[in-house]
Design a protein around this ligand. Sequence first.
Ligand code: 5GP
Ligand code: MG
Length: 179
Amino acid sequence: MRLLFSTEEIKEKVDDLASQIRGDYQGKKPLLVGLLKGSFVFLADLVRALDQPLEVDFVRLSSYGHGTESSGRVRVLHGLKTPVRGRDVLVVEDIVDTGHTLSYFLESLARRRPASLRVCTLLDKPCRRCVPVTIHYRGFTVEDVFVVGYGIDWAEEFRYLPAIYALEKAECASKTSSP
Ligand code: 5GP
Ligand code: MG
């Protein structure tokens, strides 16, 4: 496992994203929608760094099984319960990879007529993109590596790690992946 971003680097980045977001949502009460499970640590830190009135809700979508490749199919495991019509919605994601998950979710949100709809992601892997997605707040750009830690798992492992690591190919191969 190779260290990509230390806890200090992550904290600095989260503070930086929070100040951008705070500036753009002055006098507003945005609805932050976290994509479970991977974004829960990032969202928790972002909310505390934002230190402004806001609401939080979560959805759980699935495009990954227990492997490391996106299936391209998106399933809704837990939909959004908060009404979004007229709200300033900020989707908070851990990683944008192929873009399948976000583009599917953004389309379904847009149909519900929010006042505004933006995306904040901690990590972006532009080299892997299959579907274009507009990202308004981007933390780190990463190469084509499989990352874990800071809430992000591999087959439910490694979420507890306080920093962000790249999992080496051999480590990924030590478990069989599902489609
Ligand atoms: P996409 O639909 O953009 O291909 O993938 C979106 C989701 O796949 C991300 O939100 C994340 O949950 C998962 N994912 C993408 N890349 C990685 C990665 O490098 N590591 C882990 N653990 N999950 C990833
Ligand atoms: Mg995710």
